[in-house]
Design a protein around this ligand. Sequence first.
Ligand SMILES: Nc1ncnc2c1ncn2[C@@H]1O[C@H](COP(=O)(O)OP(=O)(O)OP(=O)(O)O)[C@@H](O)[C@H]1O
Ligand SMILES: [Mg+2]
Length: 460
Amino acid sequence: MAEQILVVEDDTTIRLTLRDVLEKQGYGIDLAEDGAQGLAAFRASDYALVMLDLRLPDMHGLEVLRAMRETDGEALVVVMTAYPEVRTAVDCVKAGAYDYLNKPFELDDLKEIVRRALETRRLRLEVERLRMAAPQAGSIEGMVGASPAYLAMTEVTRRIAAAARVPVLIRGESGTGKERVAQAIHNLSPRASGPWVTLNCSALAEGLIESEMFGHEKGAFTDAKAAKRGLLELADGGTLFLDEIGDLALPLQPKLLRAIETQAFRRVGGQKELKVDVRFVAATNRDLDAMVKAGSFREDLYYRLNVGSIDVPPLRERQPDILPLAKHFLADAARIMGMPEPEIDAAVGALLERYGWPGNVRELRNVMERALILSGGGAIRPLHLPKEIAAGAAAASIAPIAQEGALLSLDEIEKRHIRRVMEASGGNKTRAAKLLGITRLTLRTKIADYGWTEFLGSAE
Ligand SMILES: Nc1ncnc2c1ncn2[C@@H]1O[C@H](COP(=O)(O)OP(=O)(O)OP(=O)(O)O)[C@@H](O)[C@H]1O
Ligand SMILES: [Mg+2]
């Protein structure tokens, strides 16, 4: 069925022109001459898009827009305005309008904005449909994890992957596996046989990122001795992964937005518009919401990328995945190094599960690789773990202090407890003080009072 568009416009010539042009594009058109008529029509049926004039005889377009958005929070509205009212048009976009069109407009601009708005709507509907679809059990191939949080995420990943054109934003702390998820989206999508191209937005200076992304013509700048294709061209038919999107310089953001929306761009220094078919997947460990509020990330780009959004949970929120991941990394490293896969001591398992993993999966991988080297192929024991993880052992292995029958004074209990913690921390006062919850200075004073000379000169 044709998508239905409502045109609210008091100027008869413009109203009829819109109807003719859009009907030729295959859309169904309803007309309204003022705000009241427009609202009545809007409430009576379901429109894919509303083209709304701002200057109406009975009410201001901004009021009409607000009323429509109240009726339907997803309503897609393009406002039309003459130049002097551009500021109001911007207010409209802030109030939820999809975009605005300046009058007088070229018919091509009109067609383009309508096409884009409806494309966005189709993508949203597609994502919604996929979200409602029946779940497919199990994790994604090559990705380890069976915790509820991880399975929920892989499920969303699978569904979003299936919608070949939907842009995706992947959020998560550093080392959680965002790039793995991005690759899974490509591999599980209908574009899997197309190219997979990566651009790290934080790695290069602004000018270089621009020519990497869009390419450049010969002579576009001093060093441009020859024309070069951009990553967008290389990703044609496949997926472009924009890593660390939060670091993309502000001036480049509207250019990227345009490329996403129109699937077209120009090389730096180039005139010709190049058409591509690319899916955009972006990742960030930064708080884009906060950046949008602070004005360092464009809201329109944020919304466009965030059509399909995936949050990768931190490792501490998926404890059941820790041991399977540890075993996976150990087996992997052992295979590469030509060693037999070692056992993991039960005490090690408990320590790994208790630790907070601020560096997430990447930190776990590093810890297991290091442990394999230190163990030389024997079982992995607590002493093969980094101190900050093994320190969990110190805290845990401290048995109740007052033995049966021995009634000790508080001072004596304190002294014995400090002694144990010092020993468990290998004499490291900073770590012991942290475990004890006192300052290092207090700890030093106590050690001096107890006359424990062996600890006085030990590691800080
Ligand atoms: N579920 C998983 N199964 C197996 N390996 C994983 C999984 N998740 C992450 N990894 C591995 O952990 C490491 C870190 O993952 P990745 O590079 O994707 O993280 P990231 O979120 O992109 O990190 P950063 O924010 O630092 O860029 C990689 O070696 C990756 O292969
Ligand atoms: Mg990454």
